[in-house]
Design a protein around this ligand. Structure first.
Ligand SMILES: C[S@@+](CC[C@H](N)C(=O)[O-])C[C@H]1O[C@@H](n2cnc3c(N)ncnc32)[C@H](O)[C@@H]1O
Length: 210
């Protein structure tokens, strides 16, 4: 694992990356994750045993906790993260969401057992680790920082790798409605749609693999 911890500041209890100049989520992070990533991918209704979720940007692990909480059966998740948080920062970030002890107590690790969730975290730059991954994900949480601040997470090559790692009928969801992200997802094999976003964001983007 890279010793490359993120450089954090805190705004009203929400961690903010000094490196990328962006917050990990909006103030109501649990509701945001439920709207953008769960509902955006038609979850939890699609969850069946062995269903696999992929994520770009593990961050605080909040999305993993939301998935674990909603999963009615054992499912899997693989998340790609270049700058893993320290355990202390993760514990502080998850305090408003019940503390996330089940995750924090095991962090950091490449394999973590949560209720109904077999979680793997792949450490390193997703531009290198995702193309080398031999898995497939039925749904993707595309959760880099904002494209303008973290363009590495939204490049056409990386999103093409997401497309290759998604079977037909698989889905993706992201908080951003940036045109170049929508076009890159389309080029990666997804039919994309703009749908209502969370909070102050008017729109977000969902995709279904052709
Ligand atoms: C918005 S945060 C993710 C929030 C997270 N999903 C959660 O539930 O807290 C974006 C994450 O992407 C990570 N990241 C940024 N660039 C990356 C890259 N090139 N490869 C992998 N991870 C990256 C950051 O370190 C950060 O943890």
């Amino acid at each position: 694992m890279p010793p490359d911890h993120p450089d954090l500041t805190w705004r009203d209890g929400v961690p903010v990356s000094a490196r990328y100049g962006d917050a990990y989520y909006q103030a109501d992070g649990w509701a945001e994750a439920s709207h953008v990533f769960m509902e955006g991918n038609g979850l939890p209704a699609r969850l069946t045993p062995g269903f696999h979720v992929g994520e770009l940007g593990f961050g605080t692990g909040l999305n993993a906790l939301v998935l674990s909480d909603a999963a009615p059966c054992p499912v899997a998740m693989t998340s790609f993260e270049a700058h893993p948080m320290t355990r202390d920062d993760m514990a502080r970030a998850l305090t408003p969401f019940g503390g996330g002890a089940a995750l924090v107590d095991q962090w950091p690790a490449e394999r973590i057992a949560l209720p109904n969730l077999d979680l793997r975290v792949v450490f390193g730059d997703a531009r290198e680790t995702l193309p080398a991954w031999d898995g497939q994900a039925d749904a993707w949480f595309l959760d880099g920082f904002a494209p303008a601040r973290n363009p590495e997470m939204w490049g056409a090559d990386l999103l093409a790798a997401v497309g290759r790692a998604t079977p037909p009928g698989g889905t993706s969801a992201t908080f951003t409605a940036a045109g170049h992200v929508r076009r890159a997802l389309d080029a990666a094999g997804f039919d994309v749609a703009r749908v209502p976003g969370f909070g102050r964001k008017r729109h977000m983007t969902v995709g279904r693999r052709r």
